[in-house]
Design a protein around this ligand. Sequence first.
Ligand SMILES: CC(C)(COP(=O)(O)OP(=O)(O)OC[C@H]1O[C@@H](n2cnc3c(N)ncnc32)[C@H](O)[C@@H]1OP(=O)(O)O)[C@@H](O)C(=O)NCCC(=O)NCCS
Length: 365
Amino acid sequence: MAITVRLGTEADNPKIQDLVAKITMPGLAQMCFQRAPNFFVGSKVIGDEFIMTVADDSERPDVLAGLTVISGRDLFISGKKRRVYYSGDTRVDPSYRRLGIASSLIHAQKAFRTTEDLLQGIVLKENTAPLDAAAKTAEGVLFRYWISHTIETSFIFVRKSTPRIPEGVQIRQASAADVAAMQAFFDVEAPRRNGYPVYDFARMMAGDPYYAGLSIGDYALALRNGQIIGILGGWDQKAYKQTRIMGFKPWLAALRPVYNLYVALVGGFKLPAVGGMLNYLTLHTTLIANDDPAVYRALIDWIMAHQGQKYDALACAVTHGDPLENVPRGYKRQKLFSSNFWLSYGEDPRPSIDDRPLYAELARL
Ligand SMILES: CC(C)(COP(=O)(O)OP(=O)(O)OC[C@H]1O[C@@H](n2cnc3c(N)ncnc32)[C@H](O)[C@@H]1OP(=O)(O)O)[C@@H](O)C(=O)NCCC(=O)NCCS
């Protein structure tokens, strides 16, 4: 077998779909994070420019042995707009592992970056394999990485309940007439966190692919005396990003109908048949004036009572150290921990990143 690395293009999409489908998370239910039917729709939600490297096997032109992507997007860092390159989607076909393919794919991306660039990655806690693959190459250390924060993702179980809205606060769906006020609120609130994506609501309205599948009515606004004091959106990304069930342990397959009845009573994910997907709505664009937890909770409650009723769960991520971190913990939920890390091909980037809380936009990982 002779492995070569090159830049991937949209023509690779069918082979990318095959590769992605081969990689499942082990467990009672084997899950696959798919990006069907077009991988690149999801890539454009992660960043507005990307360098994808793919590995070919000369003996198997019908398959891709691996792929990885670095996506550029503008984030607020230390209060200012900065281009940050997100390294993600590293996937190597199980039958091609431990051959140095991930290392080669990451190595090939280096030609497109400078030693000044700030890179970011997020991995599930304990999954250091991709980091180790990046750090270890034939040339020694390729880039260095520094783990900075723990991100707590919550899948909040959707129930029927009345939103808990503080005295004097109104919550309603946003409309096109709110765009200017939303942008003004965003411009003040978003830079208070590091890693917040720079949003332009006018571009979202114009159908920019960075906001694929979103419309203005997917945002909820919290108002006091007619002024916006909070924004939260719901984003259904299933049209291009799915968590699909590929198989079950046999005993769980047999118990699935009973389990789903139980979940219908107490809340949680219903297990679809093999080939089906988990049904959740991702919360995004979290902006809360004065970090008031009651306003954040009111917005989550309100989305749950409206748009959220079509889903089993609402997914949100809050980083440890954020003043809002306790809000999702007040709900019945399933939780998942990940690590944020900064990467660099040059100097330690941390002195240029101050200590404001880190924001993780779950919908863009
Ligand atoms: C993680 C992954 C991309 C590694 O791909 P790979 O081509 O096998 O990695 P490499 O052969 O380049 O590994 C280089 C080094 O990384 C480390 N490494 C790679 N996989 C590892 C594993 N499963 N456990 C521990 N260390 C590992 C080792 O130090 C390895 O060097 P060695 O083989 O000489 O010991 C691959 O296992 C994969 O696709 N996993 C599932 C998807 C995933 O977790 N993606 C990351 C999320 S973005």
